[in-house]
Design a protein around this ligand. Structure first.
Ligand code: SF4
Length: 372
């Protein structure tokens, strides 16, 4: 790792207006009593990790939770603290829930240096939204995107979900058309996973979710329709207009370094992977280093290959063997060949790239080609 290269900064904001039925993220409803303390602690953490790693950041991502709930003034203060460590061209994103957006002044966020917004739309059907326990309607989402655009945001991403209760092929196409009509530049399209312990996993609504075959059809349909509308796929679940790939998210798949701040936030710095304990009280009170939990050490050839295979650009086995002489690069290329004809991947010279059909089977396919 080059210790002088810019890294990414992730700031987790674990507050939401209410918990969505399917959500397994570390977030909890309301939490206003924590907002001020939380903002101050995040600023202390920025300072702490700056002293520890002395890095510049060329991306900053406020994720959640619903970061916009902190309000523009607190986000502005966090940006003032992070600003001196950001490169001039840094991509600075904030996630938001369209139902929480009326609480913020987008022009203040813009002047704070935030230049990209990502909203959890999930669907343009109010019936589907209410089944998910989302707090907003499609109309509110439209108003939110327009308010952000009016304030000067031209890099906006919307999230869609696949396989949700009541969704049909037609309603999915309508949701995609809805996003496109709003002129956004990026769409993330995730397959709903029913996580154990969530309200959805215990509700009869789960029986209205698409089965495996139906989800596969929805995924392939979304890939095709998004591409037809000029959103080119660059990762299993991510699609962007020309020049609008999420720089921060790409860093995760390109094995770049990042510091994560806030409970449950993950970091990968100087060949070490760790995360902060999933507990807001300990984030607020325990010294930062004592709150770090180890993950398996990162940076090996397997991790490099797996992350690259998530990207439409794929894995360059030539690059793999240069970076990791111990990696079985030639064998990987040989093992990939039988999957080209069935249309699961494409091989170009030494490069292997999964197709949308291959992405659907990515775990199994990755295991097949990486290991004997
Ligand atoms: S808004 Fe996002 S983080 Fe909050 S509960 Fe819903 S899915 Fe979870």
């Amino acid at each position: 790792m080059n210790k002088n290269a810019p890294a990414g900064l992730y700031i987790h904001v674990p507050f939401c207006i209410q918990k969505c039925r399917y959500c397994d993220f570390y977030s909890f409803p309301k939490g206003e009593e924590y907002f001020e303390k939380y903002k101050n602690r995040v600023i202390e953490a920025i300072d702490f990790y700056q002293k520890k790693y002395a890095r510049r950041y060329n991306s900053l991502y406020f994720g959640g939770g619903t970061p916009l709930l902190l309000g523009e003034k607190r986000l502005f203060e966090i940006m003032e603290a992070a600003g001196p460590f950001l490169t001039q061209d840094a991509e600075v994103s904030a996630e938001g829930n369209p139902g929480a957006a009326e609480r913020v002044d987008f022009s203040v966020l813009r002047s704070a240096g935030i230049n990209r917004l990502s909203f959890g739309l999930q669907s343009s059907s109010d019936n589907e939204l209410s089944a998910l326990g989302r707090i907003h309607t499609a109309k509110e989402a439209e108003e939110t995107v327009k308010a952000a655009q009016k304030a000067g945001f031209d890099n906006i991403s919307l999230d869609l979900m696949l396989g949700i209760p009541y969704q049909t092929k037609e309603s999915l196409l309508e949701s995609i058309a809805f996003c496109d009509s709003l002129g956004v530049s990026h769409i993330s399209s995730y397959i709903l996973k029913i996580e154990e312990g969530t309200p959805l996993s215990k509700s009869d609504l789960r029986f209205l979710c698409a089965n495996e075959d139906e989800v596969s059809d929805l995924y392939l349909l979304a890939c095709e329709e998004l591409s037809r509308r000029g959103f080119s796929q660059y990762e299993i679940s991510n699609f962007a207009k020309e020049g609008k790939r999420s720089f921060h998210n790409l860093r995760y798949w390109l094995d770049g370094e990042y510091v994560g701040i806030g409970p449950s936030a993950h970091s990968f710095m100087e060949d070490r992977r760790f995360y902060t304990d999933r507990n807001i009280k300990s984030f607020l009170t325990v010294p930062f280093e004592e709150n770090e939990r180890e993950e398996s050490s990162g940076g090996g050839w397997e991790e490099f290959a797996m992350l690259r295979l998530r990207l439409s650009d794929g894995l360059d086995t030539g690059e793999l063997s240069k970076k990791f002489p111990e990696a079985p690069a030639n064998e990987i290329l040989e093992r990939a060949k039988p999957f080209e004809n069935p249309g699961l991947l494409k091989i170009n010279g030494k490069n292997i790239a999964f197709t949308p059909k291959g992405f659907l089977l990515s775990n199994a396919l990755t295991a097949e080609i990486l290991y004997d």
